[in-house]
Design a binder for this molecule. Structure first.
Ligand code: ZN
Length: 303
């Protein structure tokens, strides 16, 4: 499948299925997590397990699978002592994802994130690293880029989108959202068991006003809890006139492992996915803690 067939399906109002979390599934099949790089080294340390995870998602009905490049950003790899294998590790991730596709109608997305970055580093330091990561992924021929789980200042997202635009690849922007104490939705994170207060950044409506100026591709609510996701989709629908999507998480992070919870059953996930579609989401999948079982369940919503 080419990206143009995804665009055609989206234009016809159809639903596209994205895969679920990669790190969590790798854990389930026994892959070793790295203290610093989380699942980022699995492409080298546990290639067979990674291949299996991708294959399972494809079998479950995913139209787009995400390569294991979320945590292997140049900055994080330098930080944890893997500077000499930045290219090798990222190439290996794409190679394994493509091997899993094996000629089927499935696209490979390269994941780019701010994993390992600190806001205090400043954009000047981040930009060359964003460029480096994007170029590595583009050179090995990913079908699209997902800028994943963006949660902080809109200007960092802007720089990242700007770097991505030079690639001439489709760009999906995924954002992580939280409620503040007044139940307003902001960009932010709420997945750390050791941190009781969520990290809250800009109000979603304000961020969208800015995002619209430099991005017209899909925006997806990702790595957010289920209740925020449902509300955030409604805000996106009324403030963003392009494709929207959702892939929430379940559980929480205690580095280097994702902790699974059973507060949302597979059938509840399926019911929620129907609501997201009714609210206007056209790309649906799952993030950390959402696995093959859930993707299989929601893939029947494909039309
Ligand atoms: Zn996630």
């Amino acid at each position: 499948m080419s990206y143009s067939s995804i665009e055609k399906r989206l234009a016809e109002g159809k639903t596209i299925i994205l895969d679920g979390g990669i790190g969590g599934e790798l854990q389930k099949v026994g892959a070793k997590m790295d203290e610093g790089l989380w699942c980022g080294r699995c492409s080298i340390d546990s290639p067979n397990e990674l291949l299996k995870v991708h294959q399972n998602y494809i079998q479950a009905g995913a139209d787009v699978i995400t390569a294991n490049t979320y945590a292997s950003t140049p900055i994080s790899m330098k930080k944890y002592g893997y500077e000499n294998i930045i290219k090798e590790c990222n190439h290996k991730s794409i190679e394994i994802a493509k091997k899993a596709v094996a000629g089927r109608d499935v696209l490979v997305a390269g994941s780019v994130s701010t994993y390992g970055y600190f806001m205090k580093d400043g954009i000047k330091k981040m930009k060359p690293s964003f460029d480096q990561h994007l170029n590595i992924l583009s050179d090995v021929g990913v079908d699209l880029i997902i800028l994943e789980a963006m949660s902080s200042q809109a200007d960092i997202v802007e720089v990242l989108v700007e770097c991505s635009n030079s690639l001439k690849l489709p760009i999906w922007l995924s954002i992580s959202c939280v409620f503040d104490k007044n139940k307003n939705i902001h960009l932010g994170y709420d997945d750390d068991a050791t941190n009781n207060e969520p990290q809250v950044y800009e109000r979603l409506e304000e961020s969208l006003l800015r995002f619209k100026k430099f991005h017209s591709g899909p925006i997806l609510v990702a790595h957010s809890n289920m209740s925020v996701t449902e509300e955030a989709i409604k805000i996106l629908k009324s403030n963003y006139n392009h494709t929207i999507g959702a892939y929430p998480n379940r559980g929480y992070f205690v580095k280097p492992e994702w902790k699974f919870t059973d507060d949302v059953t597979t059938s509840e996930y399926f019911e929620s996915a129907k609501k997201w579609i009714n609210s206007g989401a056209q790309i649906i999948g799952g993030c950390c803690g959402i696995g093959v079982e859930e993707i299989k369940a929601i893939s029947i919503l494909k039309n």
